[in-house]
Design a protein around this ligand. Sequence first.
Ligand code: FCB
Length: 442
Amino acid sequence: MKLRRADFPTDFMFGAATAAYQIEGHSFGGAGPTHWDTFSATPGNVVGAENGAIACDHYHRMDADLDLLSDAGMDAYRFSTSWARVLPDGRGTPNQDGLDFYDRLVDGCMARGLKPFQTLYHWEMPSALADLGGWTNPDVADWMADYAEVITRRIGDRVHSIATLNEPWCVSYLSHFLGHHAPGLRDIRATARAMHHVNKAHGRTMTRLRDMGQDTCGIVLNFEATQAASDISADRRAAATQDATHNRWFIEAIAKGHYPAEALDGLEPHLPANWQDDMAEISQPIDFLGVNYYTRGLVQAVENAPWPATAPVGGPLDKTQMGWEIYPQGLQDTLIRMAKDYVGTLPMFVTENGMAWPETDGHADDARTGFIDSHLQAMHAAIGQGVNLQGFFYWSLLDNYEWAFGYEKRFGLVHVDFDTLDRTPKSSYHALKTAIARQDPA
Ligand code: FCB
């Protein structure tokens, strides 16, 4: 890799990210059922109908997994706490085993000098709340704040930062409009409500965390480099619409207290009554912004189709195992855009960036090393242009449950054999370890 730790600001943090349902093994330790358990049990939704019941068995292998982070010389670990592990029915009586597990996890981070970056919601809605409409129910804001309070009482004294939600676009649009993720809806009214209620839940949870005295609270949003497939005006309009729903809806609500007009064009008739009344709480200050970035999105207009009248187009660039184009320039552009248009000098972190790549002999994954290298260069360039970027978390530490793609798509720095659950660091793990090693003072 071309860049080294010394090329970044002194306190810049290097880490890796994971999420509860994707690694822990949801059948262990008294966790309650979630909408991912039912979504994956419904034929056709997930490759091989695979689920997170065992996943990487991180629940029983936490210490070894934390060792993988510290052995790589990392500074921080981004993980999520599972709502359904903390509160199996979504509300009411907490699961003591679940609270104890996260207590050990945070202590395990501290003991290894890893700063714990917690995310409160990385997608496992408890089934009892999904039964009440999940993200389409306005009460979800209070349900989430109550859950946040329970887990924060237990670990809030030691976590370095708390992100309310991971990727609200996926929680709402991908899951309620495109139907790709749980609960698998394709319904514009449900989508508009979910897109507003995730913001409302973020705001209500921020209020609760502030009332509890927590600092370093923020949110993790996902961005793509949206581009029109051609220069014709219809395609440029299509790109503006997609940019509004994907890249602008959430950050604009949080940073400016309003929604983009190009998105309201289609969604406003379906928003809950008096949604404007929630915007003040949604747009309260945050302490950091987490940026997840993977690829660009080429888009074209579709004639005679209902809003948004857009369709994705395949591009010519090299692709990952997901079929996603590799486009590091988009990360640099996103970071600069966020600073310039929305958050100024607020601290930002790249909270996810990585690639899926198939298994190779000897776990040699030079393609992944190259991907990390090129994206670190994009971050470095953004910092050079004044962006207050304070850290980078590779997605993901381990090969894991890649949602609707099951276990086939491998994002890990560390290979997981899903028969034996053995972990083997790949060549990219070693390359990153070398790049971020601390040099002894001369
Ligand atoms: C992100 C998710 C993460 C993982 C990566 C590949 O959208 O936050 O859980 O699935 O994509």
